[in-house]
Design a protein around this ligand. Structure first.
Ligand code: SAH
Ligand code: SF4
Ligand code: F3S
Length: 470
């Protein structure tokens, strides 16, 4: 059934923008230009949210810095996906007691996915008294109001009530990179994979209206953006909640119709909802990168069922086979979890054999990390930590060999790449498939698509040289 997503009303957003004005006035009266530092953990969704947080801060008169030392506002935009991510945040949060001592007017905020977990909020309340405000992802659009309250009332402020989630259009946004831009097309997730915290901290799946996405993409392209990455936890279910009859493939086609020389990428695709229509749409448009991040998580159908992934090994392999048949040049990447509760040695071997069969260009590899409140956290897990580490190392070794093999195969090929930056004495570029290439050349080339001949390869990257004159 189609459900209406809650859209934050214009008048509510105007109220928030009025708080930005008040904050600017607050500092103006003191004759101070305040500074703010935003630290981002986690995935591209959080990177995109941080661009909105910086947008709000900049609208409120703050100059953005790249250091917590001496900053008037520090925002930690956190990730809850694995325990390690949370530990890093708690460690870095502890260190902020010192920056605050040296700069007592510093205000510290914690937001993002960790702020959506009750046990984290309780721990902050109890053990981190120097944190001034906590807000979950549902309340990001209210950051102006929260910041104003902390500045003027001086009380610790929590906006952490759990909500199904809403969409706020028109928040200010300070983009990190105009050449390559993130565009969120949907928020939240309905899949409830048994190991995953995301649906609990980001709420239900909700899609932005197609016209809003198209307008954002058009503006970006007109201002020189060459690569747009569409973001969602499960982009393939785009549109299911909209009244308009549109799916992700239709959205891709509509964006590709915008005039201009640009590439579209997207992440993440869930194998449950990806299918022939998507792959045919990708194959048909030269503006859609032939790159697919298709997390498989495990090669064992039994484990996939326990993970609540809604596909099995066979269905996954069939999808990949079809995608490769219509896009022979496709660059495939994926996520995999080792040591899910109850994973046997044989089941782990099925993961290895799937990797050998598919031959991914690269892989994001994770050891299972129990997350409070998820079903997998209370599943029986007899495998020792040492054994999981051994499986993890074995998996990485197999994948590194495959990545190196595939990269070596690029040598001698000429590929159209977007030159996107600099790294020491090199320029950096990305192939259409998203592989990193280093080359020599003039800085003036940054922002251009150029033909590059690949001359060398390692497990992680390629080296190349420009074809023809600069
Ligand atoms: N929405 C995306 C993934 C988001 S999280 C998708 O479904 O594909 C990114 C990756 O982190 C996941 O694909 C998974 O491999 C890993 N991950 C998520 N929860 C985890 C956990 N509890 N332990 C270990 N890895 C996890
Ligand atoms: Fe997590 Fe699964 Fe949703 Fe991805 S699809 S965010 S792994 S619950
Ligand atoms: Fe982390 Fe939240 Fe992304 S948990 S991976 S920042 S959606």
């Amino acid at each position: 059934m189609k459900q209406r997503t809650t859209i934050i009303a214009d008048v509510q957003l105007e109220e928030q923008l009025a708080f930005c004005d008040k904050i600017r006035g607050y500092w103006h009266e003191k004759n101070i230009v305040p500074t703010a530092y935003v630290e981002t953990y986690g995935c591209q969704q959080n990177e995109a949210d941080s661009e909105r947080i910086r947008g709000i801060l900049s609208e409120s008169g703050y100059a953005i810095t790249d250091n917590a030392e001496g900053a008037d506002v520090v925002v930690m935009n956190t990730c809850a996906i694995r325990e390690h991510a949370e530990q890093r945040v708690f460690g870095n949060l502890g260190a902020l007691t010192h920056t605050k001592r040296r700069h007592p007017r510093q205000k510290i905020f914690l937001c993002g996915c960790m702020a959506g977990q009750d046990h984290v909020v309780q721990r902050i309340k109890k053990s981190f008294p120097h944190v001034d405000g906590v807000f979950s992802t549902h309340h990001l659009w209210q950051f102006p109001e929260i910041l104003h309250r902390v500045l003027t009332v001086g009380k610790r402020t929590y906006y952490v009530e759990d909500e199904a989630g809403s969409i706020a259009e028109g928040l200010p946004q300070l983009r990190d990179n105009m050449l390559k831009a993130w565009v969120s097309i949907m928020y939240g997730c309905n899949n409830f994979c048994t190991y995953c915290i995301v649906p609990y901290v980001r709420g239900r799946e909700r899609s932005r209206k197609c016209e809003d996405i198209l307008a954002e993409c058009r503006t970006l392209i007109e201002s020189g953006t060459k690569e747009i990455t569409l973001l969602g936890q499960n982009v393939n279910s785009y549109g299911k909640d909209l009244e308009e009859n549109i799916d992700f493939s239709d959205l891709l086609t509509r964006i590709a119709e915008i005039p201009g020389d640009f590439l579209i990428r997207f992440m993440t695709s869930h194998p449950r909802d990806a299918g022939k229509k998507l792959f045919d749409t990708m194959a048909a448009s030269s503006k859609i990168a032939k790159q697919l991040h298709l997390p498989f998580q495990s090669g064992s159908s039994r484990v996939l069922k326990a993970m609540n992934r809604h596909y099995d090994r066979e269905k996954y392999l069939n999808l990949v086979e079809y995608a490769k048949s219509v896009m022979p040049e496709l660059v495939l990447t994926s996520d995999v979890i080792v040591g899910f509760p109850g994973e046997t040695e044989e089941e782990f071997e099925e993961t290895i054999s799937l990797i050998e069969q598919v031959r991914y260009d690269s892989l994001f590899t994770f050891i299972f990390s129990p997350r409070v409140g998820t079903p997998a956290a209370s599943m029986v897990d007899p495998t020792t930590k040492e054994e999981k580490n051994r499986r993890f190392d074995r998996l990485c070794a197999v994948q590194n060999r495959i990545s190196e093999d595939i990269h070596t195969g690029y040598i001698g090929k000429t590929m159209r790449c977007l030159i996107d930056g600099q790294d020491n004495e090199f320029l950096t570029a990305r192939t259409e498939g998203g592989r990193l290439v280093r080359l020599h050349g003039s800085e003036a080339l940054i922002g251009q698509f150029k033909d590059i001949t690949i001359t060398g390869a390692t497990t992680w990257s390629l080296t190349g040289s420009l074809v023809g004159k600069e």
